[in-house]
Design a protein around this ligand. Structure first.
Ligand SMILES: NC(=O)c1ccc[n+]([C@@H]2O[C@H](COP(=O)([O-])OP(=O)(O)OC[C@H]3O[C@@H](n4cnc5c(N)ncnc54)[C@H](O)[C@@H]3O)[C@@H](O)[C@H]2O)c1
Length: 384
């Protein structure tokens, strides 16, 4: 396996293995199947070699998404000389082990978020990828929405002026319907606090407006126990709802909430950014739109405008449909693979990398520490 620093690749195809075949496994498989159909400037084609998973449905996913073979032991996948890239779409407690071993075997890696269960583990993943010179990317797929890219562009152009306030919410309701015990409700499997959803809004804030300096938080487990396969009850060991305030390094403040127990909220990720000259607002459930208020508009017609972000000049859109023909959630993952493959071709590090995943995780370790110790916690307090 060549080092990613060796410059532009001449090869025309690259062999993928994917560990995980269920929800995100299907999203990754879909992206890998379709990415070269639509992203015409890609000179490299992903080859779907091996899908790995445990439990029902593995063969079905293999067949539907055109994987050449299936495997149940991930150790065999990460040591297979035929594989160039390992994608990881399994619960968080497995990410570090798989990624570190994949990196040691020279495999490039695209891992699901959160990188791991805590900063310590995320750092080990970052270190292993860095020391073995492999490409690494974390699937913060919401960066890849054209409306979010437009938000970033407006901020970078200075259209909002100086940032005054950042608000980032991620609310869903699946914890309220009596689902049985699973890895999602165990801190030892997926980390404490708000990790699963909080990591997305933390990354979004870091990416759009910069680093967070300190946080203060509260966390609550709403549904305290769940039924196991044998009919007994087991305690939920992570939190359903976490709220935190933040001070950013640039001096402005932020407000965040990550919850899986907000009835009626399905995939409600929302941010609003207020600046001295303008504001903008985005909602994932209306992902083709961006709401923008600019104070330099004529005084008699100022107001929030709703931009449908599907014009040819918007990011990625020239590859898709005529304006107004909306994109869906699955495109976020496809765009992420596009960025990964482009980086591979160009011999550059893809973004967001494990370093971004690790830095977001550091913020959330501070959020957990704050709730546990009932005080403001500086992100710099979290270390190795
Ligand atoms: N980026 C996003 O938008 C997004 C959305 C949901 C979940 N996720 C992340 O994706 C990851 C997977 O979540 P999911 O919702 O797809 O979970 P899931 O429960 O639907 O699937 C888990 C997968 O892990 C596999 N698995 C478990 N143990 C294994 C083992 N020992 N060896 C091989 N495979 C094993 C299972 O076969 C299954 O395919 C998590 O890290 C989660 O945080 C990301």
């Amino acid at each position: 396996m060549r080092n990613w620093k060796e410059g532009k690749r001449m090869q025309k195809s690259i062999n993928f293995a994917l560990v995980g075949h269920m929800f995100m496994g299907r999203a990754h498989s879909h992206a890998l199947n379709d990415v070269t159909m639509f992203m015409k400037d890609l000179g490299i084609r992903p080859v779907l070699k091996t899908i790995c998973g445990v439990g029902a449905g593995l063969e079905d996913t293999r067949e539907r998404f055109h994987w050449e073979k299936s495997e149940t032991d991930w150790h065999k996948v990460v040591t297979d000389p035929e594989i160039d890239v390992v994608s990881i779409a399994v619960p968080g407690f497995l990410h570090k082990e798989i990624a570190v071993e994949a990196a040691r075997n020279g495999k490039h890696i695209l891992s699901e978020k959160p990188l791991a269960r805590n900063y310590e583990e995320a750092y080990e993943m970052y270190e292993a990828a860095r020391d073995n010179h492999v490409l690494n990317m974390v699937n913060f797929n919401y960066r890849r929405i054209p409306a979010v890219a437009l938000a970033k562009q407006l901020i970078e152009e200075g259209q909002l002026g100086q940032i005054v306030s950042y608000k980032g919410f991620y609310q869903q309701d699946w914890a309220l319907f009596g689902a049985p015990m699973s890895w999602r409700y165990k801190s030892e499997m997926v980390g404490k606090g708000p990790l699963e959803m909080g990591i997305h809004i933390t990354d979004m804030a870091r990416w759009l407006v910069g680093e967070i300096d300190e946080v203060v938080s509260v966390m609550k487990t709403v549904v305290k126990e769940r039924q196991t396969a044998d009919g007994s009850k087991e305690a939920v060991t992570n939190d359903d709802n976490t709220v935190w305030l933040a001070r950013f390094k640039d001096g402005f403040m932020g407000m965040f909430e990550a919850s899986r127990a907000h009835m009626g909220r399905k995939n409600f990720q929302w941010f609003e950014i207020n600046g001295t000259k303008g504001s903008l607002r985005f909602e994932l459930e209306r992902m083709n739109e961006l709401n923008v208020y600019l104070s330099n508009d004529c005084e008699d017609r100022r107001g929030f405008r709703n931009i449908i972000v599907t014009e040819e000049m918007h990011q990625y859109m020239k590859n898709w449909w005529p304006a107004g023909h909306m994109l869906g959630w699955e495109h976020t993952v496809l765009h992420q693979y596009y960025e990964f493959l482009k980086a591979f071709e160009e011999g550059s590090m893809p973004s967001p990398s494990f370093e971004d995943g690790m830095k977001a995780q550091k913020v959330l370790d501070a959020v957990v520490k704050s709730a546990e110790e009932n005080r403001w916690v500086s992100v710099d307090e979290i270390g190795r």
